[in-house]
Design a protein around this ligand. Sequence first.
Ligand SMILES: Cc1cc2nc3c(=O)[nH]c(=O)nc-3n(C[C@H](O)[C@H](O)[C@H](O)COP(=O)(O)OP(=O)(O)OC[C@H]3O[C@@H](n4cnc5c(N)ncnc54)[C@H](O)[C@@H]3O)c2cc1C
Length: 547
Amino acid sequence: MTSVVTQAPERKTSQAADFDVLVIGAGFSGLYQLLCLRDRLGLSVQVLEAGAGVGGTWYWNRYPGARCDSESHSYCYSFSDELMREWEWSERYPGPAEILRYLNHVADRFDLKRDIRFNTRVSGSHYDETANLWRVSTDAGDVLTAQFLITAVGCLSSANIPNIAGLDTFEGRWYHTGQWPHEGVDFSGKRVGLIGTGSTGIQAAPVIAETAAHLTVFQRTANYSVPARNAPLTPEFRRYVKEHTGEIRRVMHSTVNGHPWPVADRLALETSPEERQALYEKAWETGGLRFRATFRDLVTDKAANDTAAAFIRNKIREIVKDPATAAKLSDFDHPYAAKRPPIDTDYFETFNRDNVALVDVRAEPIDRITPRGIRTRDVEYPLDIIVFATGFDGMTGSLLRMNIRGRDGLSLAKAWAAGPCNYLGLQVAGFPNLFMVTGPGSPSVLCNMPVAIEQHVNWITDCIAHMRMNGLKRIEPKDEAMDSWVAQVNAAANATLLPQAKHSWYLGANVPGKPRVFMPYAGGMAHYRKICADVAARNYEGFALSA
Ligand SMILES: Cc1cc2nc3c(=O)[nH]c(=O)nc-3n(C[C@H](O)[C@H](O)[C@H](O)COP(=O)(O)OP(=O)(O)OC[C@H]3O[C@@H](n4cnc5c(N)ncnc54)[C@H](O)[C@@H]3O)c2cc1C
């Protein structure tokens, strides 16, 4: 069940290059891209990965409380029925250890590791027009060449550590959740400061609070969160998944966000207040991202969204005993789900513990980090450990850190100085034969990502197969196709409430100096899939292909 062209594997490397394809990154994207190109098209492929193992996000993010928010039976590959049937998830939302076991299983099952070079960070990638090759340099000083370069570097893989004065003077330990030590961190008896209340901070706070002597949560943005209701999967549910792989995949491929449930076809504002309340209550009890699918106008109509916001605000006030803390936790400055919607296990309940305090840094800004802790405008909070749950230089960070240069030395950083522009989130004019898996301008982070990743990898694989079958050597988008796509990405975002979250990393607002551009494609995964398929069917309309 895949759209990928299948050919008898026959290893052939073009004369001048070390490999047909270089792939950067060995997470969900890089592993599947390797499998498709090597085993289905018979190309020579080398994957370069900075980490010491496969797994990407789950290799790096091992902080306490880390879990995926997608449900396990959909947070996996769907290209192989056998793989779907043979793998057993233990919980509704697995943590890093289990996801890493899964990705290692995939890598071993398909014998992928022999073509991955670990502990290898790509530091430069230059296109050589005369030879029609990409020259990729690594931090070890090696240079490798290939006709095609595919970035599978992840949307959330460049840790964002805020530039707070005095960090270098701090006498305790500090950590970023996205670069968590593999041996773990012992919080027992420690005074911990946690900066950030996005999905990660919301996952980490309850777990850190269990062992720390004291936890201070520094909140800039009050965040909506819905209970995850994590639990072991029942034998009945596991059986259901195995017996319905095709149906589950069909739903995932037909919905806006790639999750295995449809968005309800009803409007919040056309539902009576009593029924609406009952539906929200039911969704709250069910838990997880399904809450967002209660009504189809929640992310497009502010008045509809306000009903969800009011419901969550009331829940927070019911749960959190101290009214002042509850007020800070529910003082939202953006519509529900306009930022990545977190789901949690006892996040709001954590603020009822005696050893947990909340600091609202909008009212009491952080002034600096001192040798002893964090000083706000008003107080110094003594700390032994600071945890930065401050997210990532999302979507473009890892791409721009690789010093990618296309034709005539044009740097990607320069081409994207005003924000990322590309065609379909896949390719940039001036950078021939460079493909980006889940690049900005594609649904990526607005989607259950394995669905977005498989769609991109299949499309890229089909495209390369098409080129080889037709003797084509070079592909890049036309300027007008790129301009039109950027306009479509902007229009899709503006048709939703998402750009209203002014501090959102979707907009690049968490990184000083980053252009404020809404980066992912918000027009829906199913619609995007069709656009890409139509482009390919019309002989790669909008791309310039040459022999
Ligand atoms: C805490 C957290 C929770 C998440 N939860 C969910 C969820 O519930 N559902 C969901 O759909 N998505 C979730 N995501 C998004 C997640 O990133 C994707 O689901 C998925 O793992 C992305 O896979 P990937 O292979 O594209 O990228 P990644 O997993 O990020 O892998 C990219 C790899 O590229 C490597 N790399 C980057 N730059 C270089 C370089 N210069 N040289 C060499 N190697 C490089 C990195 O080391 C990394 O291993 C979450 C992300 C985070 C951070």
